[in-house]
Ligand binder design. Sequence first.
Ligand SMILES: C[S@@+](CC[C@H](N)C(=O)[O-])C[C@H]1O[C@@H](n2cnc3c(N)ncnc32)[C@H](O)[C@@H]1O
Length: 186
Amino acid sequence: MQNSITFSHTLLQEIISIGDTVIDATCGNGNDTLLMAQLVGKSGKVLAFDIQQQAIDRTLSLLHLNSVEQQVDCILDSHSNLSKYVKCDTKIKAAIFNLGYLPNSDKTVITLPTSTISAITTIQRYLVSGGRIVIVAYYGHKHGQEELDAIVTYLNQLNQQEWTVLQYQFINQQNCPPICFCIEKK
Ligand SMILES: C[S@@+](CC[C@H](N)C(=O)[O-])C[C@H]1O[C@@H](n2cnc3c(N)ncnc32)[C@H](O)[C@@H]1O
């Protein structure tokens, strides 16, 4: 079985095509940004957000190493300000949130429930039919459970006529392995 991270990539690979516009809401080390950049190709666009310069730098160097920096805009800002960077008629095919803190960095800089849900709500407005928002939640850290609870509460109330919502989780593993959620627009 695929772990949550591999599964999150499968969910993206299934729908992203050359020329699409997509969002990495938490670029961190750039692994998700790289995958998205390869999937959208030179005619597509990835908007990659992070609030830490260190994360933007790590992402840019990974993209440069793989010669895909041309199709990515790295944005040093919170994903909650996303609407400042997306034109109102933009069609978003997919977005990913990898929640928690940047590995090998300051563990007190974490994603927070209010800004995460605000960004998810904004992206929902731009999402095309068949588009997906993928969320990988690490809830083992200090405020992780709080964020997980907020996400589950938010996703639970989405109208099933408009949204298909998936939760992918291993239920017999120790140390809080990440949980993958996917919201697909009908
Ligand atoms: C788990 S890491 C992301 C890992 C990344 N997806 C990768 O592939 O390496 C979470 C990232 O979210 C960033 N972050 C926290 N709050 C944020 C916010 N409001 N907007 C954008 N990024 C945020 C952190 O700085 C951190 O780099």
